[in-house]
Design a protein around this ligand. Sequence first.
Ligand code: PDD
Length: 280
Amino acid sequence: RTVYVNGEYLPETEAKVSIFDRGFLFADAVYEVTSVLDGKLIDFEGHAVRLERSLNELDMQSACTKEELLGIHRKLVELNEIEEGLVYLQVSRGSDGDRDFVFPSEDTKPTLVLFTQNKPGLANSPAAQKGAKVISIDDIRWGRRDIKTVQLLYPSMGKMMAKAAGADDAWLVEDGYVTEGTSNNAYYVKDGKIITRPLSNDILHGITRKAVLRLAEEAQMTIEERLFTIDEAKEADEAFTTSASAFVMPVVEIDGAQLGDGTPGPIAKRLREIYLEEAR
Ligand code: PDD
């Protein structure tokens, strides 16, 4: 695989980042994941705008312009011959060569890293045809989940807790209400209505969420953005999640309770279809 590090395209085995990099020592870094279908980037603009916002919120410098970023994405997709897959981008605050809680001076260069992940069959995934089983766990993450930082230890642990429970993923619950999934936004459907948590600092403002809600509206579906509990979701007709890495993923079981007939629901399936149709 050819990867990108600070202006250079290199074989992955030759790419290097300092051990003092603040991304490594302090999780002082933000990231984006953009999907690729038929060799084309999906919603690059949305991801670039959110990246800019994440950087601003953390007083971090932009490593390069949006146009340059687009060029790097496209070049990596081409060099690695990605038809279906992902492009991962990370910007960290870099380092001035030592460990210090205080941010380094303004002229410290950020570290920009990008790599591709080849995922043939991403759009036609068997997992989406089967639907996901989720468990609920406490949301003990920090309070700025709207910033896409690389602090992913707890979401990672959440996936492991799900696996240990024989499920596929976890939904996070705070003060009795579902925030989002470990790496996706969460929705349930009851009596034809799509319910999802409104945007705030409590959740990531998903790029896929925005596209899917627009498509749902265009398809005359009813959307209610409000807080919801895990018990409500367990009583749902169907449920699903959205993310750049899995598009629309039907959810068929929550905390052991089967939703509907235990197969992906019609609204989730329809939204997945129209999302992929528009993306291609
Ligand atoms: N995760 N919520 C969280 C906590 C996420 O990490 C993600 C994305 C989403 C969905 O956002 P989007 O639709 O913009 O991908 C919601 C990425 C895919 C990841 O960490 O791999």
